[in-house]
Write a protein that binds this ligand. Structure first.
Ligand code: ZN
Length: 339
C-alpha cells in the first residue's frame, strides 16, 4: 500500500458528502460525427421508365383533356390551343431522354425558370399531370408597355386566325391579324398569379419609369446659353429663348422704373394701390400676376417694418409706386429703410 500524498490545489475526489437519495444521471451524449447526405429512396424514385411509358400512361389522363397530344419517334408534344391564335398558347415537349421543354406562344421559357429548376427539367422527378397543373396554374406575363423603342425589348407577335370570308369589314380588313406583346429578352413568360408581371418585366418597367421621369425633368429645364444646338433637345432651346426674352423685358421694365419712379408716403401708397388694384381688368395676365406678387411682397415687408417699428422704433417703412401715363402698372417697389 502506497501512502497517498495531498497535492496543493487538487480537488478532493474521495470521501465526498453524498445525497441521501441519488437521482439517475442523464445518458451521455453520443460523440459527434460528420453528417452524411444519404439520398433517400424517394429521390431515387423515377416516375417513368422511358418515353414509351410516358406515351402509354398519359393516354387516360383527365388533366390533359384540353391538350392535343402528338406522339413522334423521339418525342411527345402536348399543345394547348386558343381558337383565335395560330400558335399554341402552351406547349410541352418531352424528349426520349425524358427531358422537357415548355413554350408560350412559340417562345421558350428561360433555362432558370422555376418550372425547370423545381424538377431538374426531367420527367423522372415529376409526373405529366403535376407538371401540366403547375403550368396551367401560372399566368402568361403580359409584357411591358414600351415608352421608347430600344434594343432591350423585343416584340412578341402572335398571328391570329382570321377567316377572310367572314371578317368584320366595318373597321377595315386587317392584313396582318396579330396580337403583340413587348418583352425584355429574358422575360419569364409564365409568372405567379399573385403578380401582374414577371419579375424581369417588373424591374424593366420600374427602371424605364425612372428614366422617363428623369428625361421629363431634364426637358423642363432651360439649356445653358452656350449649349450646343445640335445636341440639345428643341424643348430646352425653346425654354432658353423664352427665358432670355423674359430677362430682356424685365431689364427694360427696370430701366423704365428707375427713370420715372416717384417716392410717396405710406398713405398715398395705400390709396394708389387700391385705385390701381381696381384697374386690373386692363392688364395682360402676365402683368396681373406680376402685380399680385408685388402686392404680396409689399404687404409682407410692411408687416415686418411695423413689427420692427414697435419693438426697436428706429425703422421706418416707405413705399414707392410707379405708374405710367396709361392705367397699366409696371411694378411696385417696397423698401425698409433704416434711419
Ligand atoms: Zn415578363
Amino acid at each position: 500500500m502506497t501512502k497517498k500524498k495531498v497535492k496543493f490545489g487538487a480537488l478532493p475526489t474521495e470521501n465526498m458528502p453524498k445525497k441521501s437519495h441519488e437521482t439517475p444521471k442523464p445518458p451521455r451524449r453520443p460523440a459527434r460525427e460528420i453528417v452524411k447526405e444519404v439520398p433517400t429512396s424517394a429521390n431515387n424514385k423515377k416516375y417513368y421508365k422511358g418515353l414509351t411509358d410516358v406515351c402509354k400512361r398519359i393516354k387516360g389522363l383527365k388533366t390533359i383533356s384540353e391538350w392535343i397530344v402528338e406522339e413522334r419517334i423521339d418525342r411527345v408534344v402536348l399543345r394547348k390551343m386558343k381558337d383565335c391564335f395560330q400558335l399554341p398558347e402552351l406547349e410541352l415537349i418531352i424528349d426520349d431522354s425524358l427531358g422537357y421543354t415548355i413554350s408560350v406562344y412559340g417562345w421558350f421559357l428561360p433555362e432558370d425558370h422555376e418550372l425547370y429548376t423545381r424538377s431538374l427539367r426531367s420527367m423522372n422527378n415529376v409526373t405529366v399531370s403535376d407538371l401540366i397543373r403547375d403550368i396551367e396554374c401560372q399566368l402568361i406575363c403580359p409584357g411591358v408597355y414600351p415608352k421608347e423603342l430600344t434594343g432591350d425589348i423585343i416584340p412578341h407577335v402572335i398571328p391570329k386566325v382570321v377567316d377572310p370570308l367572314y371578317s368584320d369589314d366595318e373597321s377595315g380588313f386587317d392584313v396582318f391579324p396579330k396580337k403583340q406583346f413587348w418583352r425584355p429578352s429574358d422575360c419569364n413568360l409564365l409568372c405567379s398569379r399573385t403578380s401582374d408581371l414577371c419579375i424581369v418585366c417588373m424591374e424593366y418597367s420600374h427602371v424605364s419609369d425612372l428614366k422617363a421621369r428623369a428625361k421629363q425633368r431634364r426637358l423642363s429645364e432651360p439649356a445653358h446659353v452656350k449649349a450646343p444646338v445640335s445636341s440639345t433637345a428643341p424643348e430646352r432651346l425653346k425654354l432658353t429663348l423664352q427665358m432670355q426674352r423674359l430677362e430682356q423685358q424685365l431689364e427694360e421694365m427696370k430701366q423704365e422704373i428707375t427713370k420715372s419712379s416717384v417716392l410717396v408716403d405710406h398713405e398715398l401708397s395705400n390709396d394708389l394701390t387700391s385705385i390701381i388694384g381696381d384697374c386690373s381688368s386692363g392688364m395682360t395676365p402676365f402683368m396681373n400676376l406680376f402685380w399680385q406678387q408685388q402686392k404680396k411682397l409689399k404687404d409682407t415687408l410692411y408687416r415686418l417694418a411695423k413689427m420692427a417699428e414697435n419693438s426697436v422704433s428706429y425703422m421706418h417703412w416707405t413705399g414707392s409706386v410707379v405708374i405710367t401715363n396709361k392705367v397699366h402698372v409696371y411694378s411696385f417697389f417696397c423698401e425698409v429703410s433704416l434711419y
